[in-house]
Design a binder for this molecule. Structure first.
Ligand code: ADP
Length: 159
């Protein structure tokens, strides 16, 4: 059974993340999308809300599990029997950081490989921070986030 972990902040999950996840779910037997609890990074949404919004956004993907974790991603992946980490690439600007991260992870555990996936061009430019910026300036985010995120942010007007 090929298990992949897709780690990230997902603050909030976007249609770009979902597209990566869908591709991953088509390649691997199980994908665990795991929200990192990073005590140093002050988040936009609480981690538990991010997890809940992801859960509501992935009900159509049977082989996807949603979780959160603290500490090293590679340790989390090992503990869950994963052989693969999934990361997404948008532009050359992502590449340097992602390459470094994947090399650090392989130095920690060479059996777990990082696989890079890309999205459909229409989702390529989407990032959680762009969405926050648009949202906080009262722009329309409906095209960029799954419905549960839209409902949560816009209907409840969280910030
Ligand atoms: P992190 O804080 O770990 O970078 P993010 O939630 O911002 O977490 O992103 C998680 C992963 O998803 C990263 O590998 C990022 O490059 C990728 N990603 C995010 N948005 C997109 C997108 N629109 N297209 C492709 N990859 C994406």
């Amino acid at each position: 059974m090929k298990i992949a972990v897709y780690p990230g902040s997902f603050d909030p999950i976007t249609k770009g993340h979902l597209d990566i996840l869908k591709t991953g779910a088509g390649i691997f037997d199980k994908v665990i999308i795991a929200v990192a609890r990073n005590s140093e990074k002050k988040g936009f949404l609480p981690v538990d809300e991010r997890v809940r919004l992801i859960r509501e956004s992935v009900t159509h993907l049977d082989n996807v599990e949603v979780d959160s974790f603290e500490g090293l991603t590679i340790e989390y992946a090992k503990k869950h029997g994963a052989q693969v980490l999934i990361r997404g690439l948008r532009a050359v600007s992502d590449f340097e950081y992602e390459l470094q991260l994947s090399q650090a992870n392989s130095a920690l555990c060479e059996d777990i490989k990082t696989v890079f996936l890309t999205t459909k061009p229409k989702y390529n430019f989407i990032s959680s921070s762009t969405i926050k910026e648009i949202y906080l300036n009262n722009g329309d985010i409906s095209k960029f986030v799954p419905q549960p995120v839209y409902d949560y942010l816009v209907k409840r007007k969280v910030c």
